[in-house]
Design a protein around this ligand. Structure first.
Ligand code: GAP
Length: 443
């Protein structure tokens, strides 16, 4: 049974504290499209930066890319998305609701009492029809079929069509990878669960090009690496598991696929897919473009079209996972303490800086310290209300450390550092604070 209460609390906290807002809210909102506020944009950026560091900067066999969202329409014919990126859609003629025919068991009819679609006597469901999930738009001023372009439904294709450009420019050799973070769009029939399934989202994808025959070995390598990355993000390992795609679930391009799933309050769901895409995409682009996309392996004097192992994570889904995994409520001195216990590296604010009281030079000292810290780590200054209240506000934002300037600071130059998770306090020299915080919040 889905724990809707926890999700409701997280959604409400996200709105209240400026993590995530519904898009175009003042107009009644746009279905399943979300905007990231000041704390949300930091959290998601930290997730993406961490992925980029692990997948690009820390490896010497992966290059970065930022391909455009709009691509030549033939790309999507070659990739199989025009013909096959579809979901079966059923309409209800009575209530006008739409459902995915293959997920009808998990769907709810909007009529009361709560039942599955088709279970009310008044339900009138149509036969399933295939619905393409790609958003179409028009390039140039004329709205005609010749001008149709698509908003990309995955970032991967921008990598395939550029793989030879990257190879030439970077002097990489197979095996090597190309990584990209960017927006993708899908006209999902049943989006939902907050930012879990949306129509506009961001992917963090890496395509690893390998010699045919070595793909299974690389597939296993990448499965291991990607799960280790989620563990290093501080996610609870007991809430992460593998789901292997059966023959009926495999995407049209995949020979083998595993999802990394997380146990959300609404059940186990995919946050990342690892796919063995074989040479499907490169072969298709070779055929459709008429350009050779094979690789010449000089030392062995052989030519081949590389196989591709893909790792594809949703930046929004991983961000939601960090929120859900971090959320906890504790009873402290008869009050409920709400904490987002983020890994310090993804926490939106690294340190809160407070003067104990608004007098005796403490605000001036704290403001100076705050401005100094802010040049190096995202910091927040707060002098309103009791210190206990200020701690609670930072706990809710997931800030790992709070620094208080007090009477002793003015005498010996030390400040109190309070730890979010244990609520214990240390004294640290204000001179050393920048290094102290950076050491604990980077990486
Ligand atoms: N290039 C392969 C690919 O796109 P996918 O399993 O369809 O594979 C990969 O998507 C990841 O993208 C998913 O694991 C998920 O994290 C994210 N994703 C897919 N559809 C999404 C949606 N509608 N909303 C948010 N994230 C989505």
């Amino acid at each position: 049974m889905a724990d809707t209460t926890v999700m409701d609390k997280i959604v409400s906290l996200c709105k209240r504290r400026g993590f995530i807002f519904q898009s175009s809210e003042i107009y009644g909102g746009l279905g399943s499209v979300w905007d990231y506020g000041p704390l949300g944009v930091e959290l998601k950026k930290n997730v993406k930066d961490r992925w980029w560091r692990a997948m690009v900067h820390a490896r010497d066999d992966i290059e970065g890319l930022d391909a455009a969202i709009l691509m030549h329409p033939r790309v999507w014919e070659a990739s199989g998305h025009v013909a096959g990126f579809t979901d079966p859609l059923v309409d209800c003629k009575t209530c006008k609701a739409r459902f995915r025919a293959d997920k009808i068991q998990d769907a709810q009819c909007p009529q009361k009492p709560s039942k599955r679609p088709g279970e009310h006597t008044t339900c009138e469901l149509t036969e399933p029809r295939m619905f393409n999930l790609m958003f179409k738009t028009f390039m140039g001023p004329v709205e005609e079929s010749a001008a149709v372009v698509y908003l990309r439904p995955e970032t991967a294709q921008g990598i395939y069509v550029n793989y030879l450009n990257v190879l030439q420019g970077s002097r990489q050799k197979v095996p090597f990878g190309i990584a990209q973070i960017g927006k993708a769009f899908r006209n999902e029939i049943t989006p939902g669960n907050f930012i879990f399934r949306t129509r506009e989202f961001e992917q963090m994808e890496m395509q690893f090009f390998v010699k045919p025959g070595t793909d299974t070995e690389w597939f296993e390598h990448w499965r291991e690496w990607r799960m280790a990355w989620h563990h290093a993000l501080g996610l609870n390992p007991a809430k992460l598991r593998w789901h292997q795609h059966g023959p009926g679930e495999l995407a049209h391009y995949a020979k083998a696929a595993y999802d990394i799933e997380y146990e959300f309050p609404f059940g186990w769901n995919e946050i990342e897919g690892i796919h063995n895409r074989t040479d499907f995409d490169l072969q298709r682009h070779q055929t459709f473009s008429g350009k050779k996309l094979d690789y010449f392996d000089q030392p062995n004097n052989e030519r081949f079209v590389p196989f591709v192992v893909e790792t594809s994570a949703g930046a929004d889904r991983v961000t939601l996972t960090t929120l859900v995994d971090a959320y906890r409520e504790e009873q402290v001195e008869g009050e409920t303490r709400v904490v987002l216990g983020f890994h310090p590296a993804v926490a939106p604010i690294k340190v809160g800086v407070f003067p104990l009281v608004k007098k005796d030079g403490m605000p001036e000292y704290a403001t100076r310290l705050y401005h100094e810290l802010k040049q190096h780590v995202n910091s927040f200054y707060d002098d309103s209300g009791a210190v206990g209240r200020r701690y609670r506000r930072m706990d809710e934002a997931g800030t790992p450390f709070c620094v208080t300037v007090d009477g002793q600071t003015l005498q010996d130059g030390t400040v109190t550092v309070r730890h979010r998770d244990t609520m214990t306090q240390d004294r640290v020299s204000a001179d050393q604070l920048k290094g102290w915080v950076k050491e604990r919040t980077e990486g």
